[in-house]
Design a protein around this ligand. Structure first.
Ligand code: C2O
Ligand code: CU
Ligand code: CU
Length: 458
């Protein structure tokens, strides 16, 4: 029996809402990237990377439309740069090495400062030495709150990710040549907030906002909730404006690396009853990644008491005036040695966008995959020419899926589109944020072996 259950004290548990907490007063929070140790399983795992010596990267809270100052210090001997996934902020704050800033060496500081235009569930991770630092722990959740809460009693953040450990609970290599050339290398310890099946207490009969984030480097989670009255209220940060069917055991929700889903959950009325976030892993029955446990007298709340989330100020594409660009994601015809400067390379290329493998983060003279005119609407046709799934992520802009050659796609605003095997999806966006925006697969082994590029908005 290796699976443990953790009891984390009542509402004060890690990941619950801490409004007015650390740093919010002056909107500044210092982040120190450093080595960490933590008992992910039975024994303490060393060689982790976090923002404190013995805990997961914290949930960072900000308010929509209010400045956030996040000075990042690098104390690691490796280079780094921090990226704020999903936030539509100025290009210079996007944290992409060589494209928007120079990598930060040991002892260096970068003052990130931006005002999130959108509320919702986002996350942060390094974009330099990505494989090494993310696989070892450096992935955290960002919550940008709306000016008015829609009426929840409490909130729970769940950061889902795997770690790849040996029998002594120490790290195995995060990538393999075989994995990089296929669907990636998977971890074997499945965690929520760095814990195996943590239990979080929330008021019986209360309304909980459950924010689930997949920060894994590889795994596409297949999720559903156990018995519960619940609704999906946001997807990849943005409020859903149409009804999205709740996933079930036989029709789980696919959440790729980088993606987020917010549920409004009604807690069971009876004390100690739980609502479980279930994941289906290959070759085994679904497991509970995390549990919400009902505590105290029933609040007898109802989902209908929630106010709708205010829609984020994302410009609506004008499809009549749209120009089309095509992107093909597949294996690379040429291979070749990648050159990643200070930001790490796996040492080989397997993947490409428009048949060109990304030559490496530090490569000189690499042009954009497309140049979009500021303020215009574009349709991007994304074609997956491989049998593997790819969560395709675009920085700095939000987009909406229009259609697929394989399935009905609800028009959910996003920054990451999960492409299925051989799928062709058209997405639409307004190119209203100027800069060079990274565009890549969020399976890090694909990203680091060619499946990367950038789109210029000018
Ligand atoms: Cu979440 Cu380019 O990254
Ligand atoms: Cu991003
Ligand atoms: Cu991929």
């Amino acid at each position: 029996m290796r699976r443990r259950e953790f009891l984390l004290g009542s509402g004060a548990a890690a990941g619950t809402l801490a409004l007015g907490g650390f740093g919010l007063a002056e909107n500044t929070q210092e982040l120190v990237i450093q080595p960490a140790s933590f008992a992910l399983r039975d024994q303490v795992t060393t060689g982790m990377v976090s923002l404190s010596a013995d805990a997961p990267p914290p949930v960072l809270y900000g308010r929509q439309g209010e400045v956030m100052r996040l000075p990042v210090h690098n104390t690691l001997p490796d280079y780094t740069a921090m990226h704020w996934h999903g936030l539509r902020i100025p290009n210079a704050m996007d944290g992409v090495p060589y494209l928007t800033q120079m990598p930060m060496g040991e002892g260096e500081l970068f003052n990130y400062e931006f005002t999130p235009p959108d509320a919702g569930t986002y996350w942060y991770h390094p974009h330099c030495m990505t494989m090494e630092q993310m696989a070892h722990g450096l992935t955290g959740v960002m919550v940008i709150t709306e000016p008015d809460d829609p009426g929840f009693d409490s909130e729970q953040v769940i950061n889902l990710r795997d770690f790849r450990l040996n029998e002594e609970d120490q790290f195995l290599p995060a990538f393999t040549k075989r994995g990089a050339a296929r669907s990636g290398t998977f971890g074997n310890v499945h965690t929520a907030n760095w814990l195996e099946t943590p239990i979080y207490d929330h008021a019986a009969g209360g309304l909980v906002r459950l924010r689930v984030v997949n920060t894994d480097t590889t795994r596409i989670y297949k999720l559903h909730l156990s018995e519960a009255r619940a609704r999906i209220i946001a997807w990849d940060g943005h409020p859903v404006e149409t009804d999205v069917p709740m996933p079930g055991n036989d029709a789980p929700l696919l959440v790729g690396p980088g993606q987020r889903v917010d549920f409004a959950v009604t807690m069971p009325k009876g004390e100690d009853q739980t609502v479980d976030l279930m994941a289906k892993l290959p070759g085994q029955p679904p497991i509970a990644m995390a549990r919400l446990r009902a505590m105290g007298q029933s609040q007898a709340r109802d989902l209908r008491e929630l106010r709708a989330l205010p829609v984020n100020p994302v410009a609506k594409p004008d499809l009549n005036a749209a120009e089309l660009h095509e992107f093909v994601f597949g294996w690379t015809p040429e291979g070749g040695e990648p050159n990643n400067g200070f930001c790490g390379s796996l040492g080989y290329n397997f993947w490409s966008i428009n048949r060109k493998p990304w030559p490496g983060d530090a490569a000189q003279g690499v042009g954009p995959l497309a140049t979009l005119e500021l303020g215009k609407t574009y349709v991007l046709r994304l074609r997956n020419e491989s049998p593997n799934l790819h969560p395709i992520h675009l920085h700095g802009l939000a987009f909406v899926p229009l259609k697929s050659n394989q399935r009905q796609l609800p028009p959910l605003m996003t920054d990451t589109m999960l492409l299925l095997k051989d799928e062709v999806v058209e997405i639409a966006l307004v190119a209203d944020n100027p800069g060079d925006w990274a565009f890549h697969c969020h399976v890090i082994e694909h990203q680091k072996t060619g499946l990367t590029g950038f789109i210029r908005v000018a």
